[in-house]
Ligand binder design. Structure first.
Ligand code: FMN
Length: 192
């Protein structure tokens, strides 16, 4: 499949079954996804593989973050969760937002590779994503922040994920405004 076809075909799967890629299969995809553009090659990211009981530990941490009495069952919605961690490196040249962009790029590329290989994936977050209890459960360092989790499992047979609207590229690809012209955000603000 061409990259164009793979990107066009990718969709998120909110419901997956109990099958999951092996660690070895996952490592192959991560090595490829890690080839995204990375200013100064800082590798400002890492991933944490959550399987089995790890998901219960996350459920307990979510409950702690939310002040709930019983563990969240959300992490049990897939057999494999991949926590995406921005792991900020000291750099004079590369600010945090650029490093977060790299970590995010890895997660998008990994989602695409998993989807193309036949696995169901959805990237999820929650207001607890950056809570202390959740960071502690993942063993994050002071220089690290979570970007959420890729929920991964088998694509259930006979099911299809939801369809999203097509992307209107003509509207989204514009040119620089002429000098003195009002920006589109100014025009929108005036309408309100
Ligand atoms: C950083 C990030 C966080 C997201 N968090 C959630 C989430 O918590 N719950 C959810 O239903 N979708 C979430 N999404 C959106 C889904 O991953 C998915 O893109 C969306 O359901 C649209 O489906 P599609 O990818 O097939 O177009 C998130 C996406 C991103 C990039």
């Amino acid at each position: 499949m061409s990259a164009l076809d793979a990107v066009r075909a990718r969709q998120s799967w909110s419901k997956v079954d109990e099958r999951s890629p092996s660690r070895e299969e996952l490592l192959t995809f991560v090595a490829a996804a890690g080839r995204v553009a990375d200013h100064s090659s800082l590798r400002p990211w890492r991933l944490i593989e959550l399987r089995g009981d790890d998901r219960e530990a996350l459920g307990a941490a979510i409950a702690k973050a939310q002040g709930d009495a019983s563990p969240s069952t959300k992490p049990l919605r897939a057999p494999l969760l991949i926590a995406v961690v921005a792991s900020y490196q000291k750099s004079e040249k590369v600010p945090r937002w650029e490093q977060e962009a790299v970590a995010s790029g890895v997660a998008h590329a990994l989602s695409l590779l998993l989807d193309e290989a036949g696995w169901g994936v959805i990237w999820r977050t929650g207001h607890y994503t950056r809570a202390k209890a959740v960071a502690k459960a993942h063993g994050l360092g002071k220089n690290e922040e979570l970007l959420g989790w890729l929920y991964v499992g088998g694509k259930p047979e006979g099911k299809k994920p939801g369809r999203r609207k097509a992307v209107d590229a003509r509207k989204l690809v514009t040119r620089m405004p002429k000098a003195g012209a009002k920006s589109s955000s100014d025009k929108k603000a005036k309408k309100k």
